[in-house]
Write a protein that binds this ligand. Structure first.
Ligand SMILES: *[C@@H]1O[C@H](CO)[C@@H](O)[C@H](O)[C@H]1NC(C)=O
Ligand SMILES: *[C@@H]1O[C@H](CO)[C@@H](O)[C@H](O)[C@H]1NC(C)=O
Ligand SMILES: *[C@@H]1O[C@H](CO)[C@@H](O)[C@H](O)[C@H]1NC(C)=O
Ligand SMILES: *[C@@H]1O[C@H](CO)[C@@H](O)[C@H](O)[C@H]1NC(C)=O
Ligand SMILES: *[C@@H]1O[C@H](CO)[C@@H](O)[C@H](O)[C@H]1NC(C)=O
Ligand SMILES: *[C@@H]1O[C@H](CO)[C@@H](O)[C@H](O)[C@H]1NC(C)=O
Length: 477
């Protein structure tokens, strides 16, 4: 709307100016025609116009690219992976060591690489940027709409989870290096004038892994958080999630669709184009752990409902090389790919399905999805309520009922959105220029859309009398 309004204002201004400098003539007519078609073009592509001024907070390099260098210098593999399957730290020397500025290939970490691509885009100098890039870096915080905090929060957490002392991740202790880094970021950022101006409301943090910045969440709660979903914030214990009421009322006090931005996982499977697409002889495919806690209890029940169907494949697997080949084959030879809730409502499986042109079947009543409002998921995904999915035969009948033509339409629409979930630009350094129709630009577009409400919140906050403490409110969206 803003874009259209702005272009329209521009159009009128342009017209008035033109009237002043020239008599009514052919050239004015031409101008009108060309601004009109320009206007049309802009309104069709909302991403081409907005500019978001972003200041990058100064943080020690050790908190972003330095963490990557540390990662690639480690000699031991990720302790969470089965022996010999950490692709970045193989135990024998005869393998290709990737450059120290690339993001981990380890699938557990790679799925969260958003932080790397977002910073890489901001680090790309002005002249090589695409003119349609929404984020414009500015040199001072006074000039900025938002302040980006360049902490690789996910990588910091992963380093502790995969290489730290077992069981220490949750502890607020100086032996927990992730905790030490989080505290450094908080001290550094919250002491600045930029933070004080807004109470942090215009600061942006990337928290892709649900456990990123685990210990300091209450400090950064006012900020714009870029997250994969609100799973890390659900206060549901496993006991009550067995009942059917657990998801009826979700009281978030730190996250909300109003101020935060849902961003995609990084897909792990290679992209399949429409031209490469072949006949699919399996109806529905799912690979993953059968047992999950919390919201994932429905997985076990779904498994029972589906495992004996002849045209359904349900397989357990791990994200190692063999598992990866299994997934590629499964997702490319199935019409539909099941996406039940896991530990958290979303997972990188959804984005793997999209990049494999496998129509997602989403069974998760409380899921939040990236770029909603700019994309219409019902054009390329099927949403099934948990209750219906658990009814014997219901799900397979519903899917078998979808005609071949309709499936093809879903797939055409999938192909159209694939690029929007793409982070990389093919450059191993992680630097831009990014493609304007890809994930990083859509993320900034979403942040841009939140600006008016953030500015309003900052002004409201300022008028509150000193010492008044207003509790965080539930945002009912
Ligand atoms: C060692 O590296 C080679 C070549 O990359 C690989 O084929 C082999 O499986 C590796 N061995 C172990 C034990 O990881
Ligand atoms: C934050 O870290 C940067 C980079 O080391 C430093 O220049 C700056 O002074 C620090 N700010 C505060 C408030 O500590
Ligand atoms: C679910 O809600 C019903 C009715 O409100 C209540 O009787 C029941 O105890 C609740 N169950 C759980 C697990 O909270
Ligand atoms: C979704 O599909 C409908 C009908 O095919 C179409 O009119 C609409 O433009 C599509 N929406 C998006 C966002 O692609
Ligand atoms: C599938 O189609 C059949 C026959 O048209 C219909 O009876 C059934 O209700 C449909 N099932 C679902 C789940 O839509
Ligand atoms: C990749 O990024 C680096 C660093 O910005 C740049 O020097 C190089 O030209 C880029 N390569 C390609 C193929 O764009």
């Amino acid at each position: 709307m803003t874009t259209i309004a702005r272009s329209f204002k521009f159009l009128i201004l342009g017209t008035v100016t033109a009237t002043l400098i020239s008599v009514i003539s052919i050239s004015l007519l031409r101008l009108l025609v060309s601004s009109a078609s320009n206007f049309q073009c802009l309104s069709q592509n909302p991403i081409s116009h907005p500019r978001l001024k972003v200041y990058v907070a100064p943080l020690r390099r050790a908190l972003n690219y330095g963490l990557l260098e540390h990662y690639w210098s480690l000699s031991l593999p990720d302790s969470r992976l089965p022996y010999g399957s950490d692709p970045d730290h193989l135990t024998n020397a005869s393998y290709f060591r990737r450059p120290s500025f690339s993001y981990p290939e380890n699938p557990v970490i790679k799925q969260y690489s958003a932080e790397y691509w977002i910073l890489g885009d901001l680090e790309t100098s002005g002249e090589s940027r695409d003119v349609r890039s929404v984020a414009q870096r500015v040199e001072t915080w006074e000039d900025a709409d938002v302040v980006f905090v360049p902490f690789f929060a996910t990588l910091s957490a992963e380093l502790e989870l995969g290489w730290g002392r077992k069981g220490w991740f949750g502890k607020k202790r100086n032996e927990n290096m992730d905790y030490v880094r989080q505290m450094e970021v908080i001290r550094n950022v919250t002491e600045t004038d930029a933070w004080k101006r807004s109470g942090g409301k215009d600061h942006v943090f990337v928290l892709t892994d649900p456990v990123a910045m685990w210990h300091v969440r209450k400090h950064i709660a006012p900020a714009i958080l870029l997250v994969v979903d609100f799973g890390g914030w659900y206060k549901i214990d496993s006991k009550s999630s067995k009942g059917r009421n657990s998801t009826l009322k979700i009281e978030h006090t730190q996250v909300s669709l109003i101020k935060d931005v849902i961003i995609p996982y990084t897909h792990l499977l290679p992209r399949l184009t429409l031209a490469q697409d072949r006949d699919r002889d399996i109806l529905l495919y799912f690979k993953g752990a059968k047992r999950r806690h919390r919201g994932g209890l429905i997985r076990e029940k779904l498994w029972e409902v589906l495992e004996n169907e002849p045209d359904v494949i349900m397989e357990e697997g791990f994200p190692d090389n063999i598992g990866r080949e299994q997934s590629i084959k499964g997702m490319r030879s199935s019409e539909f790919c099941l996406h039940p809730a896991g530990d958290t409502p979303t997972s990188c499986r959804l984005f793997d399905a999209i990049s494999s042109l496998c129509i997602p079947v989403i069974v998760s009543d409380t899921i939040e999805l990236p770029f909603e409002g700019m994309l219409d998921y019902s054009n390329f995904s099927i949403f099934i309520s948990v209750d219906n999915a658990l009814e014997p035969d219901w799900l397979v009948n519903r899917l078998r009922n979808i005609t071949k033509e309709r499936r093809q339409q879903y797939r055409l629409d999938l192909a159209r959105v694939q690029s929007k979930f793409e982070y990389g630009n093919g450059n191993l350094t992680g630097m831009g220029p990014i493609h304007p129709d890809s994930a990083v630009n859509y993320i900034w577009m979403k942040v841009y859309q939140k600006l008016p409400i953030i500015k309003e919140a900052i002004i409201r906050e300022k008028r509150k009398p000193k010492g008044v403490n207003i509790p965080a409110r539930c945002h009912c969206t």
